[in-house]
Design a protein around this ligand. Sequence first.
Ligand SMILES: [Zn+2]
Length: 290
Amino acid sequence: MLRLMHVHAHPDDESSKGAASTVKYVREGVDVHVVTCTGGERGSILNPKMERPDVLENITEIRRAEMDAAREILGVRQDWLGYVDSGWPEGDPKPPLPEGCFGLVDPEVAAEPLVRLIRELRPHVVTTYDENGGYPHPDHIMCHKISMVAFEAAGDPERYPEAGEPWQPLKLYYQHGFNRPRFVAIHEAMEAAGLESPFAERLQEWKVDPEHDARITTRVPCGEYFEVRDRALIAHATQIDPDGFFFKAPIEIQQRVWPTEEFELVTSHVETTLPEDDLFAGIRGRDDLD
Ligand SMILES: [Zn+2]
């Protein structure tokens, strides 16, 4: 059985990043495990319908329940690392991060529970964010840092000797689903269809970065699961406005012009040929797999 582990910063990231390929792999019979570093307790409420005092008072429990619902929809297993959300620092200059939050941990220390999970669950493939966190939230950057430490260390018996039997995952990827060319393609297709594109303003502010786009190595076809991806995202009701720009692009257009999700292969202990269309390229079909 093939095993895939996604490491994410907050509940909702598993549904907004790479979720359609997650569903594709789940339906194929791959064991997909989501690791969520923080409880998301400092996430701003981004859905006007949920901005109520009773929601704010119980945000930790509510975000757990939202994650339960998303997990069911995606068909994944999931573990919490138990770190505390750093929140998005707002202001100029930015205020210091709150004491005890995930963004301030020592990555070498904070990677320990992740090493433990990798050794216990023995994924063949691990995904995380790039060095900029995908976007520069302190929790996303720390998620990157502990993932890098854990991917390297999990197979090394000298490191974290108390954290279980060594296990070396075979491939490490960064999530690249939020790439500009994808939004351009959907934007242009919507305009061509006479629809008002929700991305016009965003694209104006989003600077062209061909170097970053060129880092994509792997495009996983998963258009038929976009509908499931959207349902999982909507399950995070405090974080996502179902009437927001995210859901304004018709699924048929997305399926036609951009039916894939993108990843960057960072480390591989197996042979593979780039570009790829499968996170398990070079692993699938091997008869020596544990
Ligand atoms: Zn996040």
